[in-house]
Ligand binder design. Sequence first.
Ligand SMILES: Nc1ncnc2c1ncn2[C@@H]1O[C@H](COP(=O)(O)OP(=O)(O)O)[C@@H](O)[C@H]1O
Ligand SMILES: O=C(O)[C@@H](O)C(=O)COP(=O)(O)O
Length: 433
Amino acid sequence: MQSNTASSPLLGCIADDFTGATDLANMLVREGMRTVQTIGVSATTPQDVDAIVVALKSRTVPAAEAVADSLAALSWLQQQGCRQFFFKYCSTFDSTAKGNIGPVIDALLQALGSDFTIACPVFPETGRTLYRGHLFIQDQLLNESGMQNHPLTPMTDANLVRVLQQQTPSKVGLIAYPAVAQGSEKIHTEIAGLRQQGVRMAIVDALENQDLYAIGAACADLSLVTGGSGIALGLPANFVKAGLLQPGAKASALPGVEGWSVVLAGSASKATNAQVAAWMEKHPAFRLDPLALARGEPIVAQALAFADKHLEQQPLLIYATTTPEQVRQVQAELGVERAGQLIEQALADIAVALQASGVRRFVIAGGETSGAVVKALDVHALRIGAQIDPGVPATASIATDGSPVLALALKSGNFGSVDFFEKALRQLGETRL
Ligand SMILES: Nc1ncnc2c1ncn2[C@@H]1O[C@H](COP(=O)(O)OP(=O)(O)O)[C@@H](O)[C@H]1O
Ligand SMILES: O=C(O)[C@@H](O)C(=O)COP(=O)(O)O
């Protein structure tokens, strides 16, 4: 196994949701950094790692809470000896009206005594590109991509300079594509210029992975880098160049698990809707009705009875996924927060009961959903394995106090091919598909 030449981890990362954290960890593993993801700040010190990703559930909480959680994570990562820090948010820049991207960046900069960072959500492999400050999802502007209908963080403006500026009193700038295309030296010069103008955070355009490598190289001396997972591609090379990391490592192998398999879907994204539909053509599935949950009907018990009937024969899906129109109807009746929480809690309760029944492979769709389920399963840390689809690696829980190892795939709502659920279960070791 490859090792870094420093005795402590090099890169300390804070991710604002759980699937985002595994997405970032996937990139770091691909670029040769042994990576462990902890669920919140860990009580134990991860061993044999080059990068640590602390997964928070801070994307949609009140801004003050997101700031406090992020600062606690930073302080713990500093104690672990990390030398550079990374704040990971969504490649679709998911935020609420009050943040939390701007307030968290401000707080991290202040805690690190730093005056500048970049903000770059670009992830070309999943179609997220940024031009003149405008975020595109494939061929569409962010606000026409379906993200305007997100249940918790509707994104109605594709101009990220404007979106970020609304979240912070700090001056927001832009490093536009013509400069980025000239490579890392030019980007470095732009950063110096913006710093002189008092800009504290700059949105950075990028269209391809090679732009991300150039931006990464230009950020070698920043204490804090922020963005989607794509921008992390360029950071490991800086440690190699500094003689702190040996190049050419392979993703670590994950332990095998024995047990049943389920898919839990709490995302209402376009991609998850298509994946749920594809799964239902061939395999059993149980739909959670949020209104019935709200009426106090025994939906969780019904889902478990359904699971009980199928688990021994084949994997099954339990889902709340539905169309934007139906999500809006449910939210109008229950309120956005209550609807989300009811479903997240139901899926978390179901996961705990299924684990007790012998389920060891979980594919979970949705960032908030993954956060709720993984916390309920009492998973504290994940070792990151090979990529299943862009943005989603296979992972295995790092077992403490004799608890069983779980094989997990935490899928961002937007990610994955149409047959992702089957593909992920196979990669986690399920042979009955
Ligand atoms: N049918 C539904 N009605 C209302 N809210 C829903 C429904 N299905 C899912 N949700 C909620 O929508 C949110 C989706 O967020 P998340 O899990 O992060 O998915 P994504 O990764 O697509 O953003 C969750 O809080 C979930 O509980
Ligand atoms: O950067 C991304 O797109 C993902 O890693 C991510 O954070 C997605 O969030 P969810 O769609 O809420 O899972």
